[in-house]
Every structure is written in structure tokens, then in C-alpha cells.
Design a binder for this molecule. Structure first.
Ligand code: NDP
Ligand code: MG
Length: 393
């Protein structure tokens, strides 16, 4: 197996796991070269990754880092071109040798680079779900036109992709998609969620992930975002995508077919499995993930989500059902609110309030297939969320 990768967000939770997958695949005889690495602020980890993987390009978030990092690289005889910010990602999206981009940055900032990679015909292993939430039509349309493939990394969507035989886009015979959710940090929490703190919200029971997605899991927003993600990836209408709480995180999602059959994908929760499948697809290779011993697990529970207790889920699903630019507006408001919560500037239950207020003020306009309109909706919602935030404080 031969691949040349760009790994965007290589210093994050998914990025670090992706590089671990690459290391192990190469040790087992594959030829996977990492030609692009990107960090935002964690330059120390990026240096270690540059020394190990020796890519020809790197991208950082802060322009003042470029000169010292270039000097550091030259001293170590590393030949690496260093770009900055979204422009740096855009340049690396069309790097000629790269045949698969792993997009693992967090937030809507990943949208333009994703579109550039797809336009250039590069297949993308997509973890950066926000890009698909804000502009699902545009992303899938761009992929269709160039023939590039969007391969899901998100564990639920990897599960659906596997159950659907490695296909994205609408297909015959699918009745429903059923997304499983761990329930997040507060599934078993008793009492009010109004005063829960950041450390509690970041204490996820089954997955170890970046802060933003971990808070999205605690509010259940993540599952609403994932329903929208599934809608775009697999061409299934929102009202045929169900959500079920499954605290063990063993069944990663299910497809129900017209004849009543259901297929599911099961494994221990370890992101290296879906990441690796996206890299080796359509092949399967061994992973370090422990095989499931079903007789040791014994119990798999499934519950209906508690919409009243976790209002963010309803707000996210509402944005998805409205479609158009509503998911872009919702996503931007959520990004602002979650960041404020992580920084201790707003309460946990203010997150759905801010999103709802921003959506209440939005007057739908524009075309979801226009990048300018998507970016305008995103910018409008970020400003509106800052106003809502100051009112909530
Ligand atoms: P992390 O916060 O751990 O990592 C985010 C990465 O993006 C880091 O490399 C970070 O750089 C970089 N980054 C942050 N802000 C910017 C920016 N403005 N411009 C460019 N790069 C930036 O997140 P995760 O790895 O957890 O998640 C990444 C994506 O994958 C998210 O969209 C998430 O929803 C999705 N995902 C994650 C899962 C997981 O298991 N973690 C599971 C399923 C989906 P630096 O650290 O150097 O600042
Ligand atoms: Mg997921």
C-alpha cells in the first residue's frame, strides 16, 4: 500500500492518532509518506513531528513563528517550506505529491482548505466535521464534480460507511441511519446542569478527544452535528436519521435497510480504527485495537435521548432540518459559545441559549452552494453570538 498524506491538525487528538497509525502501517511494510503537517499553536509538538516524518511542507498559525522554525529546521538539515494559517493550508491542499488529505483541524476554518483539496481531486479523510456541517451541499457537490472521495473518520460515519460497503452518496434500499451516542460527560449526572464546570464537561466516559468536541458531546450537540454530517455524506434525509444513547460506545452506528435488516459496526472505542480504515480503504489492515470479547461485554444498552435535559440536541437538529445556511449559523454560534464556556466566560446551559438566540435573530438569505454566502452566514452568526454572549453574562 502506497500513500502520500497531508495531515492537517497533526498536533491535535486525531492528528496524533493519525500519525501513530502511519507509524504502525509503515512498520508493517506499507509505504505511507507524510508530506504535509499542520499545527496551529503547538510548535513544540510540531517540531518533534517534523524531525520524525520529514515532510516537505508545514503550516503554523502564527506568522512570527515562521523564521525561528525555519532556522530550527535548517540547523537539523530538514528541508521544509513553512506556510501560515488558512493560506498555508490552501497551498498545501494542492501539493502535487499528496494523494490523500487527512483533515483534522477543528472548526469551520477547515472549510476552504477542504474545498481546495477536493477541487484538486484529492481524496480527503475527513475528521473536521464542522466543514461538512456548514457547507455540506457545497462540499459534496465539489467532490462529485472532481471525482474526489470524502472518506469519513468520525467513528459513527466510518461505521455507516463500512455498513454501506464503502459508499457515500445516496443509495437504494436504505431505510434509516441510526447514530449511537455515548451520552457524554453528563449522561449519568444527577441534578441541575446549570453550574457544571469545564473540568466536569471535559471528563468524557469513553473517548479521549480535543476540548471542543468533548464539550459538544457533553451538551449532545455533537450528535446533532453528526446527524447533519450523515445527511450530507450518505444523502439520507434528516427525518430518517435516528439517535440512540449507547453508553458502552461499542456499537458505533447502524444502518436499517428496507427489508428490515440492520447492520452495525462494533469495536472497542479507539479512533485509530476509523482513522486507519480511512487511510487504507478499501483494504483492511491489523490495528492495535483489542478484539471484542462479546461474552466479557455482556450488556449493550440503548436508550432514547433526553431532549429536555439536553436542549442543544434539539437546536442542532432543528438547524439540520431547516437546511440551507441554518447549519452554518448554528455551527458558528456553537463554536463561539463553546469557546466561551471553555474559557470560563459563560455557563454550560448558556450554550444552547446562545445558539437558539442567534438562530432566532437570523433572517435566512443566500445560497448554500455559494462559498461567499456560507462564509457571510458564518461571520454574521459569530458576531451575533458575541452579542448574545454579552447578554448572557
Ligand atoms: P484538537 O483540539 O485535539 O486538535 C485540533 C487541531 O487543529 C490541532 O492540531 C490544532 O492545532 C489545530 N487547530 C486549532 N485551531 C486551528 C485553526 N484556527 N487553524 C488551523 N488549525 C487549527 O481536536 P480533535 O483532534 O479532537 O478534533 C479535530 C476534528 O476532528 C474536529 O472537527 C472534531 O470534531 C473531529 N473529531 C474528533 C474526534 C476525536 O476523537 N478527537 C472524533 C471525531 C471527530 P494546535 O493544537 O497546534 O493549536
Ligand atoms: Mg463521532
Amino acid at each position: 500500500m502506497k500513500r502520500v498524506l497531508a495531515v492537517w491538525g497533526s498536533t491535535g487528538s486525531i492528528g496524533v492518532n493519525a500519525l501513530d497509525v502511519v507509524r504502525r502501517l509503515n512498520r508493517a511494510g506499507a509505504s505511507v509518506r507524510v508530506d504535509v503537517l499542520s499545527a496551529h499553536s503547538n510548535v513544540e509538538l510540531l517540531k518533534k513531528q517534523l524531525a520524525e516524518f520529514r515532510p516537505s511542507r508545514a503550516v503554523v498559525g502564527d506568522p512570527s513563528v515562521v523564521d525561528p522554525l525555519s532556522r530550527w529546521s535548517r540547523n537539523r538539515k530538514l528541508r521544509v517550506r513553512i506556510g501560515v494559517g488558512v493560506e498555508g493550508l490552501l497551498e498545501s491542499a494542492v501539493a502535487p505529491r499528496v494523494d490523500l488529505v487527512v483533515s483534522a483541524v477543528v472548526g469551520a476554518v477547515g472549510l476552504r482548505p477542504l474545498l481546495a483539496a477536493l477541487r484538486a481531486g484529492k481524496n480527503v479523510a475527513l475528521a473536521n466535521k464542522e466543514a461538512l456541517i456548514v457547507a455540506g451541499e457545497l462540499v459534496m457537490d465539489t467532490a462529485r464534480r472532481s471525482g474526489a472521495q470524502v472518506i469519513p473518520v468520525d467513528s459513527e460515519h466510518s461505521a455507516l460507511f463500512q455498513c454501506l460497503g464503502g459508499r457515500t452518496g445516496p443509495g437504494p434500499g436504505v431505510r434509516r441511519l441510526i447514530l449511537t451516542a455515548s451520552g457524554g460527560a453528563f449522561y449519568r449526572h444527577q441534578g441541575s446542569l446549570a453550574n457544571v464546570g469545564v473540568a466536569q464537561a471535559l471528563n468524557h466516559p469513553t473517548w479521549k478527544m480535543g476540548k471542543k468536541i468533548t464539550v459538544d458531546c457533553a451538551t449532545l450537540t455533537n450528535k446533532g452535528l453528526e446527524a447533519i454530517e450523515a445527511h450530507h455524506l450518505f444523502g439520507v434525509p434528516m427525518d430518517r436519521i435516528d439517535i440512540v444513547i449507547h453508553p458502552q460506545s461499542i456499537v458505533h452506528s447502524l444502518v436499517e435497510f428496507d427489508d428490515g435488516s440492520m447492520l452495525a459496526q462494533l469495536s472497542h472505542p479507539d479512533m485509530r480504527l476509523p482513522i486507519q480504515y480511512a487511510l487504507t480503504f478499501p483494504d483492511r489492515r491489523p490495528t492495535p485495537v483489542k478484539p471484542l470479547a462479546l461474552d466479557e461485554i455482556r450488556t449493550l444498552e440503548f436508550h432514547r435521548p433526553r431532549f429536555k435535559r439536553f436542549p442543544s440536541l434539539s437546536v442542532a437538529l432543528d438547524a439540520g432540518r431547516r437546511g440551507g445556511l441554518w447549519p452554518a449559523v448554528f455551527n458558528a454560534a456553537n463554536e463561539v459559545a463553546v469557546q466561551a464556556f471553555i474559557q470560563g466566560r459563560t455557563g454550560f446551559m448558556d450554550i444552547p441559549k446562545i445558539c437558539r438566540r442567534v438562530m432566532g435573530d437570523y433572517r435566512a438569505q443566500g445560497n448554500p452552494l455559494s462559498l461567499d454566502d456560507v462564509l457571510a452566514a458564518d461571520q454574521w452568526a459569530r458576531r451575533a453570538a458575541q452579542v448574545a454572549l454579552s447578554r448572557a453574562a
